[in-house]
Design a binder for this molecule. Structure first.
Ligand code: AHM
Ligand code: MG
Length: 335
């Protein structure tokens, strides 16, 4: 597809190959793009429209002030629940899966999303993003159950994220490579700006929250120690480090110039009864799909993320993803 084509046109063209395509998928991605454009607009306006700050606080009229991640969640539901493209929704911001209103037409997809990932960055004007994962809904079921959402990542029909950075970008995979679109604000369309991204297999850049170092497991300690030892150590090269604390921005950097990102299991998380920091269904799975489709790898350190059998909507998993040779090395250290 030629650079500059619109997201909508790109999807229509790629759907043409499927004889059974009804246009519903195109409609769904359009709904998602609309939601992301609205969130992008709010993120850009920031303090001008009073949407920063924590939920629970009150404005001068005594009204509840909403945090941007709550508003983003509402924007997503509003954009998706009434158009007949989905049968159910699940979000980081909702404890239970979202059942569509009775009168809303049902569609054949399920969407899981993190409406605003990296929320700790909102108030300091650093990049945040939206992550989404699309699954097939069970046919003929009006109100899919939680179990219907609990499918391994290999069953994702599509996955993507929208990065609200200096420019707003949508990155999408439908299982035929990973493509990047940039929002042209003048005419409100996402335009294809990079097609078929390939992540370099090797890298000299890692991303990890190093303040957790003393809580890591031995294989992660070893891997990072070796990177830090630089040219004179076993790796024989110097490494650079980045940590934005926004997974979307981190993954975007890796797609652009390679690198390894990890949020490994650590004893601090374990002491809180957590099996990782990031969530499998709407963070790890969609990002793993995008990364694999760009030639990278994504594991928990022990197993491939996309092959995991999920047990709960908000299940947490350790995440290691990015340049293939580095992910393989760290995964090898765990075995
Ligand atoms: P969130 O969904 O509450 O925003 O948390 C997920 C984010 C990721 O984007 C990022 O990689 C990580 O949490 C940052 O964690 P930390 O605060 O330990 O740096
Ligand atoms: Mg998140």
């Amino acid at each position: 597809m030629h650079i500059g084509t619109t997201l909508t046109n790109f999807i229509i063209e790629s759907q043409r190959k499927f004889s059974g395509a009804t246009g519903e998928f195109t409609g769904l991605l359009n709904d998602i793009a609309v939601a992301c454009k609205k969130i992008s607009d709010l993120v850009n306006k920031g303090d001008l429209v009073g949407i920063l700050g924590t939920a629970g606080s009150e404005n001068v009229q005594g009204e509840q002030q909403k945090k941007l991640d709550v508003i983003s969640n509402e924007i997503f539901i509003e954009a998706l629940a009434h158009n007949g493209h989905v049968a159910g929704l699940a979000s980081e911001e909702m404890d239970e899966i979202y059942e569509l209103p009775k009168q809303a037409p049902r569609g054949k997809y399920l969407v899981l999303f993190d409406p605003l990932d990296g929320s700790s960055n909102i108030d300091v004007n650093v990049s945040v993003g939206t992550i989404f994962s699309i699954l097939k809904a069970p046919p003929g079921v009006d109100n899919p159950s939680t179990e219907d959402f609990l499918k391994p990542g290999t069953e994702q029909v599509a996955a993507g994220y929208c990065l609200y950075g200096p420019s707003t970008m949508m990155v999408l995979t439908t299982g035929q490579g990973t493509n990047m679109f940039t929002l042209d604000r003048d005419f409100g369309e996402f335009l294809l700006t990079h097609s078929d991204i390939q992540i370099p297999e090797d890298t000299q850049e890692f991303a990890v929250n190093a303040s957790n170092m003393r809580f890591w497991e031995e294989p992660v300690q070893r891997y990072i120690d070796e990177c830090l030892a630089g040219k004179d150590g076993p790796r024989g090269k110097d490494f650079n480090m980045r940590w934005i604390a926004s997974m979307v921005a981190e993954v975007h950097r890796i797609l652009t110039r390679g690198g390894i990102f990890m949020y490994p299991l650590d004893s601090k998380l374990q002491s809180k009864g957590q099996t990782g920091k990031l969530r499998l269904m709407y963070e790890a799975n969609p990002m793993a799909f995008i990364i694999e489709q760009a030639g990278g790898a994504a594991t928990t350190g022990r197993e491939r993320i996309l092959s995991m059998s999920p047990a709960a909507i908000h299940q947490r998993v350790p995440v290691v993803l990015g340049s293939k040779n580095e992910v393989d090395r760290l995964t090898g250290y765990h075995h």
